[in-house]
Design a protein around this ligand. Structure first.
Ligand code: WTA
Length: 664
């Protein structure tokens, strides 16, 4: 490092507040600081502006109907179609411009540019094909696909015919697919033969077929041929209820499908996510509120303009990809990028090469990726011209100030604002973050709540805590992008998100408080630092995993008596899975058995849930009432000093486990 660099590091190290550059502010979509006060005064009508970003078939009567909390309704009696909003209405002005730039794994040169006209054509054909297969309005269509262009095409085709989609992350296991299809009574699946990972073809249909075996009702499956065009083939034969995507599209060439008029409150999609219990939750999002929310936040926070080439490196199988690769950016008529591969193949400069080649204007990624980039070193981004970038974003987990500053300096050249966006699958879109053209940034803190949102940090009684003190994050007023319920389970919806801080007998919306299960603190300026989940949900590489789901996979292994799963700190992944396992009498505590446990977790959930360590122990630390003291297990995994163990039934076991994990 040169002397100048050392000095720069020292300066950055100390700096706690960063102003957006004048150049950014001058061109920002939102640059008037008055927006916060204005939205507060005009709430809930302030959200008319978000709805105005869309084209409505029938305009709505009421912005918010809060007569039956927490079942809020937004933009009531308005009707619209999401695919019209993401495609058709842009055709006149942007028909020949790229809607989706798809960058494939570098096995070949078959990157794809889909203009808005191309997208229109393909979505219509797919919509016609799905309808001919029998898909009707409100039928849930499951998608189990990696990052290939047919995924957003299928999603938008469903939106066109009013069929909600339920996308299952391709890295999830066959079991996870079956659970979700059963839970949603989904009779249709769109999947693919396989895809590439670091240059090698991977069989995906095999996994999909295995999942289908666990589905309790009849299904029709559409299979995209991703590998065949490169000559790779796993030799699958399609069954009678399986149809080739390419043939269906050819059969419906040139078809046009009239978009179905959907009520604002009609379901646009379901997304399953992890919660406290072993059963994933089917989060329901609606057409009007969700689309308004993602469009508005894409414009206000990501500063997206139609002429941009916007790059979000998330997977569409998670909510970030739904909201900020597909719906938000396309609603605004911009060019959205999709990357099939990983950031380290063929080399660790892959993302920077893509940014340079396509002239990407925004990059939205996760802290776990940034920590990996940091570890690899700045020589990788330094090989590329990243000057097209105007804004950087992060999402999914807390970002430590060091990683934030590295991103700001080495990717953004100290010229791009960084938006650290806190939100969840359930919130539909961003909730707490700086407006980049208005607010200063404080690394490590997501920022204030967006205008129009009432977020408080409270103690267990629901009273606001002093600045600087840790508490629980709560949202005190509804917002258009919020989940409407858990699929066919209103009771669990109330139990999971509202019961903690609401008077659930009241019909006064002021008595209802949304609890996202995150811990947080706030500073004197109202900036919020999110500390992480306070329930039994882990955040591994920005992916949300339920400890109960992992535990139930482990106790399903023959020879396991009991298991407890906790998260331990990890330098890149943020958190890693630690599994403490008690074996049954006669079962050997061998490496082979460890491997069997790991495999069971991969089968039940997927490789992302793979335990970092499986620790055999004769007992788990338990309170006198028999509750497992997870906190102690976490401390052990983190190599920390152990807290008070006097309330335990079996305090001596803690030291034994500690020695196994930490050594002496
Ligand atoms: C965490 C991802 C700190 C949080 C969009 C939340 C964050 C969970 C941030 C939701 C952030 C997300 N800072 N923590 N900027 N963004 N989280 O549903 O714990 O996959 O509850 O949605 O990720 O994860 P989900």
């Amino acid at each position: 490092m040169s002397d100048e660099d050392v000095e720069l590091e020292a300066r950055l190290e100390e700096q706690e507040v960063f102003e957006p550059s004048d150049a950014f502010v001058e061109q920002a979509n939102v640059s008037d600081a008055g927006i916060y006060e204005e939205f507060e005064e005009e709430w809930p009508e302030c959200w008319e502006g978000a709805a105005d970003l869309l084209d409505w078939e029938e305009s709505y009567d009421q912005v918010l109907d809060d007569s039956n909390p927490p079942f809020y309704e937004w933009f009531t009696d308005g009707t619209l179609n999401a695919s019209t909003n993401c495609i058709d209405r842009h055709l006149d002005e942007r028909g020949d411009e790229a809607a989706i730039e798809w960058v494939g794994e570098p096995v070949d040169e078959d990157n794809v540019t889909l203009t808005y006209s191309d997208l229109h054509e393909k979505v219509n054909e797919a919509a016609a094909a799905l309808r001919d297969l029998g898909v009707g309005e409100d039928d849930v269509v499951t998608m189990y696909m990696p990052m290939i262009p047919e995924l957003p095409i299928a999603m938008l085709a469903c939106a066109r015919i009013g069929a909600p989609h339920s996308v299952v992350f391709a890295g999830f296991s066959a079991d996870a697919l079956a659970t979700r299809m059963n839970s949603a009574d989904s009779e249709y699946l769109v999947t693919c033969d396989g895809y590439y990972r670091r240059g090698d073809p991977l069989d995906h249909l095999d996994k999909a077929n295995e999942g289908l075996e666990g589905v309790e009702h009849d299904t029709d499956t559409v299979v995209v041929d991703r590998l065949g065009r490169n000559g790779d083939d796993f030799g699958h034969d399609l069954a009678d209820d399986q149809h080739d995507w390419g043939e269906l599209m050819a059969d419906h060439e040139g078809a046009e499908v009239e978009p179905v008029d959907r009520d604002a409150e009609d379901m646009l999609f379901l997304m399953y996510t992890s919660g406290t219990t072993g059963k994933p939750k089917g989060v329901k999002h609606t057409t009007g509120g969700y689309l308004s929310w993602t469009a508005w936040t894409s414009q206000a926070v990501l500063d997206i303009k139609p002429e941009d080439t916007y790059f979000c490196s998330a997977d569409i199988g998670w909510i970030t990809g739904h909201s900020y690769i597909v719906y938000g950016p396309l609603a605004l008529g911009t060019t959205t990028m999709m990357y099939e591969g990983t950031p380290d193949h063929p080399d660790r400069d892959r993302l920077w090469e893509i940014v340079e080649d396509y002239g990407a204007t925004q990059l939205y990624t996760a802290p776990t990726a940034i920590r990996a980039f940091m570890k690899w070193g700045e020589e990788y981004p330094d090989q590329h011209d990243l000057s097209s970038l105007r804004l950087l974003g992060t999402v999914g987990e807390p970002i430590n100030p060091r990683a934030w500053k590295w991103y700001y300096k080495h990717i953004g050249n100290e010229e791009c604002p960084v938006v650290d966006t806190w939100w969840q699958t359930e919130t539909g879109g961003m909730m707490v973050t700086t407006l980049p053209g208005v607010k200063d940034m404080k690394p490590g803190s997501a920022g204030p709540p967006l205008p129009g949102l009432d977020v408080q940090i409270v103690d267990t009684n629901g009273d606001e805590v002093e600045p600087g003190r840790a508490g629980y994050l709560t949202v005190n007023k509804p917002w258009p992008g919020m989940l409407r319920t858990l699929y066919k389970n209103d009771e669990r919806f109330i139990e999971e998100y509202w019961a903690e801080y609401s008077d659930t007998d009241s019909s006064d919306p002021d008595d209802w408080v949304y609890f996202p299960e995150d811990g947080a603190k706030i500073d004197e300026d109202g900036y919020i630092t999110v500390l992480g989940r306070v329930d039994d949900v882990l955040n591994v590489s920005g992916h949300r995993l339920g400890t109960m789901e992992i535990e139930s996979a482990i106790v399903g292994v023959e020879g396991v008596a009991e298991a407890a799963v906790v998260g331990g700190d990890h330098p890149v992944k943020g958190e890693a899975v630690y599994a403490y396992v008690i074996v049954e009498d006669g079962q050997e505590e061998s490496d082979e058995f460890r491997a069997e446990i790991v495999e069971a977790v991969e089968d039940a959930i997927g490789p992302i849930a793979r335990p970092e360590q499986v620790i055999f122990t004769p007992e788990l630390p338990k309170t006198r009432s028999g509750k497992i003291m997870r906190r102690l297990l976490e401390d052990i995994a983190n190599g920390e000093e152990l807290g008070n163990t006097s309330t335990l039934r079996n305090p001596e076991i803690v030291e034994d486990i500690r020695q196994v994990v930490q050594g002496d």
